[in-house]
Design a protein around this ligand. Structure first.
Ligand code: GTQ
Length: 352
């Protein structure tokens, strides 16, 4: 694998030849081929990295003082992977993650865009995301989808700050030169708050009429954390010790991934449990919902991550997690780009 021949370099070529090519918008491939296609494994720009909520929160609250919602539209601090620098809004090569703040009485106005977005609620009561007129209450740990090109806005009629983590496939859509936004008026609010979660209340049950109807692409938009937690605790009884308990958020009509590009799952580590996740080709971002978890990513010890801390894992990196508590379970939320990788036929799982 690693005995692939060394290829020719630019400085081996005559200046006049290179100039003649450059004048015609041409370059030779071979000097850069190995850089773009490294032998054996990708060499991600992304590096394992951790963002601590205790450090982020004061800066996010400061944004609440410094920048009114009208001047921000979305008041978000973006988690930039140091391997990508601060300009490209990359948490991994494909995944954007940020923490969004909305204050009482504020409205993050309606818009729609090709990137998908999901919200994982961190703190506060009274936040509501409205997707195509459907009001979705935001409670701690809830997952809320805003699929591509769907109208969405955020409102907050409660008291105190509301914070959630946004995850988008924005870097991917930027690479595709497909990212843009359309501003709009509020969609008429349908008198069916949280209707999707009502219709798909229990696994294995769907509204009868949906069997005869064309498949809706995004039938379920909100997964209450309480139910996810309960399902994890139940699955723990049927998961061997030393293996993370993990549930995927799926489309309840198809059983497939709930969004086309990014995948979402919830993890539980039992008290004192350490587990290595199956190494694969996907990039990932983890969010600690509750607990104290030692995280090792691609051989880098990131230290202990606690509630609302976020860490990124580059593609092909081994992830090892250990619950520091011997009394309480730990819970994490995972975002990855495996759905996209599977669709284009490049997803790989490794046996080590
Ligand atoms: O809430 O619609 O973090 O449009 C970035 C772009 C959140 C949103 C982000 C967005 C949103």
């Amino acid at each position: 694998m690693n005995d692939a021949p060394t290829l020719g370099t630019l400085d081996e070529l005559p200046r006049a030849y290179l100039d003649a090519m450059a004048a015609r918008n041409l370059v030779p491939l071979w000097p850069s081929l190995r850089g773009f296609m490294p032998v054996g494994a990708p060499r991600p720009r992304s590096v394992p990295s951790l963002w601590r909520y205790t450090e982020v929160r004061p800066l996010l609250m400061q944004a609440g003082d410094l920048t009114p919602i009208e001047k921000a539209e979305r008041r978000v601090l973006v988690y930039c992977n140091p391997g990508h620098g601060l300009d490209g809004l990359h948490s991994s090569g494909t995944i954007y993650v940020g923490m969004q703040l909305i204050l009482p009485g504020e409205n993050a106005p309606p818009h729609r865009h090709p990137p998908v977005a999901v919200r994982l609620v961190v703190e506060g009561e009274g936040g509501v995301t409205i997707v195509n007129g459907e009001r979705l209450p935001m409670q701690r740990g809830d997952l809320i989808l805003t699929p591509s090109l769907n109208w969405h806005e955020h409102v907050h009629a409660g008291t105190g700050p509301v914070v959630w983590m946004d995850a988008l496939d924005l870097p991917l859509l930027v690479a595709m030169e497909a990212a843009y936004v359309v501003e709009g008026d509020s969609r008429p609010s349908r008198n069916a708050p949280d209707a999707s979660a009502t219709r798909y209340r229990r696994a294995g049950l769907v509204p009868y009429a949906s069997l005869a109807a064309p498949r809706a692409p995004y039938p379920l938009l909100r997964w209450p954390w309480e139910e996810v937690r309960e399902a994890l605790v139940a699955l723990a009884a049927d998961t061997p010790a030393g293996q993370a308990v993990q549930l995927a958020y799926v489309n309840p009509e198809t059983g497939g991934e709930c969004l086309p590009t990014l995948g979402f799952s919830a993890l539980m580590l039992r008290p004192g449990e350490a587990a290595g996740l199956v190494r694969d080709s996907a990039s990932k971002v983890f969010h600690v919902v509750a607990g104290l978890v030692d995280a090792e990513v691609g051989g880098t010890d990131l230290g202990a991550a606690e509630d609302a801390d976020v860490f990124a894992a580059p593609p092909h990196a081994k992830v090892r997690l250990a619950n520091r508590s011997t009394r309480q379970p730990a819970f994490l939320f995972q975002v990855d780009d495996a759905p996209l990788q599977r669709k284009i036929g490049i997803h790989e799982r490794f046996a080590d």
